[in-house]
Design a protein around this ligand. Sequence first.
Ligand SMILES: *[C@@H]1O[C@H](CO)[C@@H](O)[C@H](O)[C@H]1NC(C)=O
Ligand SMILES: *[C@@H]1O[C@H](CO)[C@@H](O)[C@H](O)[C@H]1NC(C)=O
Ligand SMILES: *[C@@H]1O[C@H](CO)[C@@H](O)[C@H](O)[C@H]1NC(C)=O
Ligand SMILES: *[C@@H]1O[C@H](CO)[C@@H](O)[C@H](O)[C@H]1NC(C)=O
Ligand SMILES: *[C@@H]1O[C@H](CO)[C@@H](O)[C@H](O)[C@H]1NC(C)=O
Length: 513
Amino acid sequence: MNPPLSSFLPVFLYLSSFGAIFFDSVQALSIREASISDIQLAFKQNQLTSEQLTEFYLGEIHRLNPVLRGVIEVNPDALHQACKADWKRKAKPNGSLPVLHGIPILLKDTIGTKDKLNTTAGSFALLGSVVAHDAGVVARLRKAGAVILGKASLSEWANIRSSKAPVGWSARGGQGKNPYVLSATPCGSSSGPAISVAANMVAVSLGTETDGSILCPASFNSVVGIKPTVGLTSRAGVVPVTPRQDTIGPLCRTVSDAVYVLDAIVGYDHNDGATREASKYIPRGGYRQFLKAQGLQRKRLGIVRDPFFNFTNKPDQALAFQNHFQTLRHAGAGLVDNLKIDNIDIILNSVASGEAIATLAELKINLNAYLKALVVSPVRSLADVIAFNQNNSKLELTDQIGQDIFLASEATNGIGNAEKSALSSLANLSRNGFEKLMKQYNLDAIVTPGFEVAPVLAIGGFPAISVPAGYDNKGVPFAICFGGLKGSEPKLIEIAYSFEQATKVRKPPSFKP
Ligand SMILES: *[C@@H]1O[C@H](CO)[C@@H](O)[C@H](O)[C@H]1NC(C)=O
Ligand SMILES: *[C@@H]1O[C@H](CO)[C@@H](O)[C@H](O)[C@H]1NC(C)=O
Ligand SMILES: *[C@@H]1O[C@H](CO)[C@@H](O)[C@H](O)[C@H]1NC(C)=O
Ligand SMILES: *[C@@H]1O[C@H](CO)[C@@H](O)[C@H](O)[C@H]1NC(C)=O
Ligand SMILES: *[C@@H]1O[C@H](CO)[C@@H](O)[C@H](O)[C@H]1NC(C)=O
């Protein structure tokens, strides 16, 4: 079934200005690892067309995806879209086109597209369903000229079906693999987007996060993930968990690629009320102005050692973070050490914090509304999905995996007293925890290893950026995460970009067993 590992040997594709593939040591352009800026330059110099780039990625998906399973579907119209982008570029040679013009992007399979692609959250229950509109973020991507390359795999239903579901697995997508160490977790639930950009099966990608679903796969697949402030990016047309925490954000190989994608997808959408309030955070001129190599100067960074810097059995991370603290200081940041977040033990325990109680009730309400609004769908409610999984036990591995979270959600009955109390507990924990700490010490960000800070940020709707920070002795990647208050993306981008430029940790995957 699996191609021999020798077929994973790096292959470099070089393109001439006439489109023929050849090797040229002077004008060679390596598409593998190419950033958006590299690609746009190659477009401009007539070294590459969007069609060739799309062909390259389709070829890589064909070659790598049988093992990696980062992609569920490729778009039959992708090459056509690429040709249109090329035609438009030729028609206005000196015109200024958006930076995503002609750039292939992969979307997590929860992000709705009104085209030939299915939107299924990885489940056969939604196969054949038809969405009313493109998701808000997809409409923006199309306007920016991006090529919708396909749908990326995920932990089925964004990991909200069962506590026993394998991470990175979905019935439609199969088991996603970590391209660095195939036996290591890819993490989830936005596993496919992270796997696919890491392995150069696409230029850039979009994932979603309710609690950790961008930050964790970014960490394990050595890519940059931006979890935007809730409401900065529209959730309209995306299979929901809870709009209180759901956010859509980029997973890319570099901070600048992620920022270009962020610039394209943020903004007001009348189909998502939260975007009205959050649009006040969007700076005039967008986010790319914060890609400053000196961005760490005079930044105040908080370090919460307990419980985040527990490196028992992780000597590689311990050493890496010693060096990273040095790098941050040398780049002009002030580290405020040994800080505490009040009630951190409760915040990190979703049952104790109220996050689980609130989310279960919200999931039922929001998923039912999503399913009801579909133009066509085999399932119209969470109850239908549960029945589908029962009826199609073999297809959905229901006997092995179960659906305990779905069943618990179905058993809820709206926002009652228990849920109200959970919601106020969450708000209080956030206000008197992370928010108080950030304000008290006048911090620009807190710095943590990996993704473990995710619940702290999730329950308050706060943003974060994950940047590659190293590889352990087995070759499994780990990240550094910069989290901040709502709307602090400009500062987080300055910090993340400056850290990335100072360290350049990311290297392409080598597909170790
Ligand atoms: C585009 O720019 C080039 C040189 O920069 C110039 O020679 C050419 O005339 C311009 N074409 C158009 C259509 O403006
Ligand atoms: C969407 O699903 C249908 C099956 O319902 C399938 O025939 C079709 O090929 C899928 N679309 C894509 C782009 O894979
Ligand atoms: C640190 O991590 C180890 C291993 O994961 C765990 O056993 C230990 O309890 C942790 N220590 C603290 C102080 O949290
Ligand atoms: C499940 O099976 C039952 C009994 O055959 C049927 O009535 C029902 O429509 C099915 N539901 C779904 C969602 O597949
Ligand atoms: C909010 O949290 C503070 C400190 O953590 C606590 O003293 C207070 O009782 C809490 N208030 C509510 C309404 O839960």
